[in-house]
Ligand binder design. Structure first.
Ligand code: NAD
Length: 290
């Protein structure tokens, strides 16, 4: 397949590399990051999109996605599919899908879960919104870049699934970090804490797979001085998306709202910017009740 790939950052570069390894011809563009080995560099987003059967975008946010979409949609061939894997707001995803449809193109919103490790290993989960026919076109690519793709319904539903998932993730990471800090103060050994919780009813991905305590559990950013991984800034972005969505849909999400407040404080007023989102643990270690 001829594929255009726009946004070759922490996630996009290994995803594009996996498509090259599977034998696809991938032309890539990024305003800053270099093209990984085997990806043909393009001089612009439109050049990367020209002639491609599928154009994948992996960009930081909805505003950037909309700007890139406005540039590439006129350059894309009729019938080609615009496959956006970024995490963006539901409204932007639906806007881009409508623009693509008006130009005779397919469009899918297909944000991912699994982080940079999953992107490199080709084990991402894709949550996908859009038409079943476009989902079928993209299916072989999902199978190469990931281990699971769930068709969640019409355009925007992939992003809806993603922000609900990440709202749970933000809340469980905070709960796991504050529980470790409490355990420390109660004199409970961290390994014992992990051994109990990871096999008891307090378990979660945050504890079992991405343990925020260095030296405990599987290897995670905590073992690499909290270098991201998944940056606290991006978690804040996703929590804000969940709260905007909750506001628009009149949904009561008090835990999500509190997680957004704590990550905003961590990123904007404390030392969280540029650190992994699990660096909430050293934050709680330093704190008392007030
Ligand atoms: P990143 O910042 O490493 O990569 C984004 C890339 O987009 C950068 O290389 C940047 O130069 C490029 N870019 C920005 N504007 C551009 C433009 N106009 N044209 C072309 N390229 C442009 O971020 P990332 O970690 O790769 O995340 C990408 C998306 O995936 C985000 O929406 C994020 O929320 C989501 N995501 C990230 C993770 C993770 O663990 N990092 C996990 C799941 C989802």
């Amino acid at each position: 397949m001829k594929i255009g790939f726009i946004g070759l950052g922490n996630m996009g570069a290994p995803m594009a590399a996996n498509l090259v390894a599977a034998g696809h011809r991938v032309t890539g563009y990024d305003t800053a990051a270099p093209a990984p080995e085997g990806v043909i560099p393009a001089a612009s987003a439109a050049e990367a999109a020209k002639g491609a059967e599928v154009v994948i975008t992996m960009l930081p946010n909805g505003a950037i996605l909309k700007a890139v979409a406005a540039e590439i949609i006129p350059a894309m061939e009729q019938g080609a599919v615009l496959l956006d894997c970024s995490t963006v707001d539901v409204a932007s995803a639906r806007e881009v899908a409508a623009l693509a449809a008006a130009a005779g193109l397919g469009a899918l919103d297909a944000p991912v879960s699994g982080g940079v490790g999953g992107a490199a290993a080709g084990t991402l989960t894709f949550m996908v919104g859009g038409d079943a026919a476009d989902f079928a076109t993209a299916r072989p690519l999902f199978d190469m870049m990931g281990q699971k793709a769930v068709h969640c319904g019409p355009s925007g539903n992939g992003q809806a699934a993603k922000i609900c998932n990440n709202m749970i993730l933000g809340v469980t990471m905070i709960a796991t970090c504050e529980a470790f800090a409490l355990a420390d103060k109660l004199g409970l050994d961290r390994q014992a804490m992990f051994d109990v919780v990871s096999t008891s009813s307090g378990q979660s991905w945050s504890m079992n797979t991405y343990c925020p305590a260095p030296g405990i559990g599987p290897k995670s950013p905590a073992d690499n001085e909290y270098k991201p991984g998944f940056a606290a800034d991006l978690m804040l972005k996703d929590l804000r998306l969940s709260q905007e969505a909750a506001e628009g849909a009149d949904a009561d999400t008090p835990m999500g709202a509190l997680a957004a407040t704590l990550y905003a404080r961590f990123v904007e007023d404390e030392d969280g910017r540029g650190r992994d989102f699990s660096a909430m643990l050293p934050r709680f270690e330093k704190r008392g009740r007030k």
